[in-house]
Ligand binder design. Sequence first.
Ligand SMILES: [Zn+2]
Length: 472
Amino acid sequence: MKHSKIYQHENTGKELIPPFLKGELGSTIHLHSWSRERVPEYIWLGLLRDSCATKKEYFDKFYNLKEYILNRFEEPLDKFSNILKMDRLNKKEFFETIVDIFGPHVLDPLIVVSYFDNDIREIFYNKDNNNDKRILKLQEIVTKMYERYDEFAMDVRYSVIILKLNRVRFLSNLKDSIMIEALTKYPYMDYNSPEMELYSTSLSSFEGMDFSFNNNYEYSKYFYEEMYLMTDCNPMILSYEENVDYEKIKEKMLELRKLLIKSNEITYDDKRDVIIGNITYVYKMINEIISNNLGNSIVSRFVLRTISEIYVNIKFLCLKSKNEPKIWESFKDYGSGKYKLIYKKIEEGISTAKNCSHFNSDILKLLSNENKSEEFLKVSFTNFANKNTRQKFIDVGEKDLYDTYYDYDTCFSHGYWGAIRESSLLFCDNAAHNYHSVSDVECEQKLICCYSDLCFLLDKIIKIMNEELGVE
Ligand SMILES: [Zn+2]
């Protein structure tokens, strides 16, 4: 399936809205999950499809069944839960018709997930089968149906539409639409024909609309619960190479260490103090990552984010200092002001530090008053130099760094879902478990090692030492 490009999205200033969700349709559309809510209801169709060698054979037989349903029943018969609820005579007749058209035992695997229904057992029971085989077959069918745009799954979804169709009426202006074309041509088309992708997308979105707005997914819930008990979990761990650039980063850190030691000889001034302070902070963070072997960790992402921000801050200060030589002092005041607000609130009882043990407010006070008395220290509530982070990256020509490094690592430091999913939940590779996620309590999932990216940032930082402080 082709996905829309960023430029095709509508930018409202607050969010980017994909084309499909624009306008009235976007606000009224109800999305229902094929895999979570509907696959179990249509496994019976999956088994029918599976019993046929070719698409043609299947659709020939399927249309016979559809004809029978149309002539015999008022309501469409598509969901398995509704079939199970039919009165016994009708149900048996319906099952026997399936046997006549598709052959004996075709729905035998469903015996284990049909609320112990006697009729399905009586009509489809295969004495050569056992429950293990039945469960395996169901797993196989669910897996095949899960890939919504795959050939097998598409055949099933198309059949679902056809079974539902006797209660769907098309608006007259839709008569020439791609949907009608897809509906009429799909069964006779080759999977590899050029129109297939377009047809599959139209049919899938059509099938996904629940015309009855019937949100009863009890059977699907029951199915997955049963399958969860009968089959094993298979949590998948993505594996990446371990700390490949270890030697390289050790070397770069050694180089930076030498430069930092050398910088101690330079006479004191605010610029030197701010740059060396920031870079030593970077040095210490990377040192903590390397010495504790944390290259593949979640915290390494926090560190990367902070380093890219620090690097951009230094570049921004260097740029601004050409016209504002006092900006180095302002940078210190800005940070000291942040400490001031914390200890003042504690001192004056506005906040209590009763349960907070990882800092000492007396030390915050001491450090905050180091450069100037707190009476002369403003507390700023805005961003430093009134610039937001993104704008600073742009101003110093590092937008790319913002769009990749900073934005990705921010997902980790803010605990956004993508980062949580990537690092802390394992994906169970069992379709019959609905590919649920499993908590990684054993901490087996590692992330891609960040050493190469740390080296990239270290090079930029060493360059600043050379160019701005003349330390080589
Ligand atoms: Zn599982």
